[in-house]
Design a protein around this ligand. Sequence first.
Ligand code: NAD
Ligand code: IPM
Ligand code: MN
Length: 381
Amino acid sequence: ASVFRIVILPGDGIGPEVVTEAARVLEAVTAALPDVDLKLETYDFGGCSIDKFGEPLTEATLEACKSADAILMGAIGGPKWGVNSKVRPEQGLLALRKALGLYANIRPANFASDSLLNYSPLKPHIAQGVDMIVIRELIGGAYFGTRKELGASPQEDTAWDTMIYSVPEVQRITRVAAQVALAANPPLPIHSIDKANVLASSRLWRKVVIETLEEEFPQLKLDHHLVDSASMLIVSNPKKLNGVILTENLFGDILSDESSVIPGSLGLLPSASLAGAPSVADYKSADFKATPGLYEPIHGSAPDIAGQGIANPVGTILSAAMLLRYSLGLEKPAKAIEDAVRKVLDDTEKGGAGYRTADLAGQHKTKDVGDKVIEILKTLL
Ligand code: NAD
Ligand code: IPM
Ligand code: MN
């Protein structure tokens, strides 16, 4: 059997609750497939690691991640280690992404099930048929530029952050967007989002996106939107942005949370963070591996509902499916998980189970949804 080492980082708040269900789904895959052996190893990360060791990302956790085939994370952070703490869980996440060179963050924002249209805050005719994939640059921009805190010299009453992008940084994320666009048939259009009417880094962004696509992928459709009006379109006429949304780190963070309004809950959306693009050929070949990718739902530790067993595990379960697809090259079980999730969310009258958590007006618990996904998955593997 092919043996894969998967590092599990449960994290804080609802992180452990949602990761438990996704890990059980991966264990169900191992149990059902004799030629696949997924070895899951759990490590401390985030606030719980600060409490034990004084730092959010220890050398032991980092080394385990570096040598793993893939990493599955829940979420980190919480009021206990708030914005005024000297050491914060979020610093660990940024350090991990940077250390692994995970510059490409892929966040699909499409419908896990059409039955979710009933629970979207948007009118059904606006939400229906939305199919967008956010490609967010993950280790550049304002997150990683130099900064100065309030109270530090030389000017104690100022604080600043710098938003820096280099030409190669924008070229490589543009190539990822192109590969994702080309993996669909017909290829998806690319919508590049920036603030080029104000920011120098955005003018560089727009120029490099145009040049890279013209030179290397002239067959792809490209348009540009300013981030303010794009954020309006996402909730007023999102189908206009169907395809690949290509954007920088901070804008991508904000727009991906906003895009979760369309399917109806932040708890639904998964993500993959990769150190490179699966090329179209790689993506389709059976032995493709993008390691060690980091897979996590796009949501946070949800302190307001932590400990109640009511968090939606779907975003994390779908992240596990992305892990199988992108890092392990296991397309069949990845697809089976996605199909199982769809059946679990579907309303009973459509032949599905109609299992939903409270964020989608359901009454089921985190574990109920996990149980149901596994039950249906077993029939699909
Ligand atoms: P959040 O994403 O944790 O929660 C926002 C809202 O969405 C809350 O009302 C929450 O209950 C709800 N929600 C989120 N996930 C849900 C799920 N799976 N099921 C049901 N409801 C869900 O954002 P926040 O409250 O602004 O941040 C809390 C902490 O999480 C902060 O410390 C933040 O830095 C951290 N955070 C971490 C990650 C990560 O680990 N990748 C991502 C985002 C935020
Ligand atoms: C995310 C989160 C992180 C980010 C935080 C926790 C650092 O919001 O993954 O979307 O801003 O990238
Ligand atoms: Mn975010």
